[in-house]
Design a protein around this ligand. Structure first.
Ligand code: GN1
Ligand code: MG
Length: 361
């Protein structure tokens, strides 16, 4: 259930005045986020989705400390360029309240904002640079020390099996309404396993990736329009470059947000694709293998298809995972994503050409 406020003991646990001003920060489908006293971001970690919030926080502390050294070494400002985990008064990275809810606190980064969709290709190129840089900086992070926060998070064939389980159960009697979307998803089964099978065959390297690289997980400096900070480190885990690249494309190279229900406004935009690709490869490209480069367009297709499958699954299950604000929202989201998938299929070759040109190969 969505929390509408922060209980005073939570504020006290982080050494904050229990009478601090509180503002809800909207966005995100999973956690509840608040700004306290204009300077602290308090988040309730959804522990239905994340069964081990303590593992998230261990990963987050490890990754931010590691990145801090890197940012300092290149003369950057870690207080602005990185999330900073604030400990409780007893030195813990999270607090568990009397109801069993897990809370964390980070410092608020001011004069910066996040966006659902880019205002311009240049903005998306900046987002690409920032996510590429994030991946490049973590290239020598000890991946074995990371907890796998959600097993099979981007294992698309597993996501498809979960959809089939939801179909078999039809817990809310919604199956009859989703036949077209279901046919769409199942008819693409073969392609769904492309990345996982290349990984299993040892043809793609496992890297430390962010795994939720949507446009809104970047803060842009309001004065300079530069991407200052990558946020939402909940799903930093070993993964494929194509996941991070692809998830950004699905969310950034569309002319409309994921919440748009008028599909005539939802267009996959190759100019935006090119902008993101240029930004991402300018920061991460040097390290990528040629197979990784070849699979970047497949990453875009796979991540868009996968989240569509997840929305559809959740619709059938009765909206138990993603927060919704209207009854058919998960079905609407699935339609929006499948609409993009279809368009991506029509420009697979052009996407490949753009990647090769941006990589200079
Ligand atoms: C969820 O909560 P949020 O919005 O950061 C989801 C992502 C999806 C995204 C779709 C842990 O992210 O995987 O791509 O919604 N996060 C989790 O908008 O499932
Ligand atoms: Mg997230």
């Amino acid at each position: 259930m969505k929390m509408t406020t922060v209980p005073p003991p939570v504020l006290q646990a982080f050494g904050l005045d229990p009478a601090s001003s509180l503002e809800n920060i909207p966005g995100g489908h999973i956690n509840d986020t608040f700004l306290a006293a204009g300077q602290w971001v308090l988040q309730r970690i959804n522990h239905f989705v994340f069964p081990h919030p303590e593992h998230i926080m261990e990963n987050m502390v490890g990754v931010t400390q590691f990145l801090r050294e890197k940012v300092l070494a290149r003369g950057g400002n870690p207080d602005r360029e990185l999330l900073q985990v604030v400990s409780t008064t007893t030195g813990a990275p999270f607090y568990r309240d009397e109801q069993g809810n897990y809370w964390r606190c980070t410092r608020y980064i001011d004069s910066a904002a996040s966006y659902e969709t880019p205002d311009s290709p240049a903005m998306l190129q900046e987002a690409g640079r920032a996510f590429g840089d994030f991946q490049a900086m973590l290239s020598d992070y000890p991946a074995d020390s990371l907890h796998e926060i959600i097993p099979d998070f981007h294992n698309t064939p597993v996501r498809l099996r979960q959809l089939e389980e939801a179909v078999a159960a039809d817990a809310k009697g919604r199956l009859a309404q989703v036949q077209a979307e279901l046919d769409f998803a199942l008819s693409r089964r073969e392609h769904a396993g492309l990345l996982t099978s290349l990984l299993a065959q040892g043809k793609l390297p496992l890297r430390v990736t962010h795994n939720d690289t949507k446009m809104s997980n970047i803060l842009f400096d309001q004065a300079t329009s530069q991407a200052v900070c990558v946020i939402d480190l909940d799903t930093v885990m070993p993964g494929l470059t194509a996941y991070d690249f692809g998830d950004s494309i699905r969310a950034g190279a569309s002319t409309a947000a994921e919440a748009e229900t008028d599909l005539s406004k939802v267009k996959f935009d190759l100019q935006l694709f090119q902008a993101y690709t240029r930004g991402f490869l300018s920061a991460a490209g040097a390290a990528l293998t040629s197979t990784e480069l070849d699979t970047l367009p497949d990453g875009a297709w796979t991540m868009t298809y996968e989240v569509g499958v997840r929305f559809l699954t959740d619709y059938l299950n009765g909206d138990v995972y993603f927060r919704t604000s209207h009854p058919q929202q998960n079905l609407d989201r699935a339609r929006n994503q499948f609409h993009l998938v279809k368009q991506m299929e029509e420009c697979r070759e052009e996407m490949g050409r753009i990647v090769r040109e941006a990589a200079g190969v």
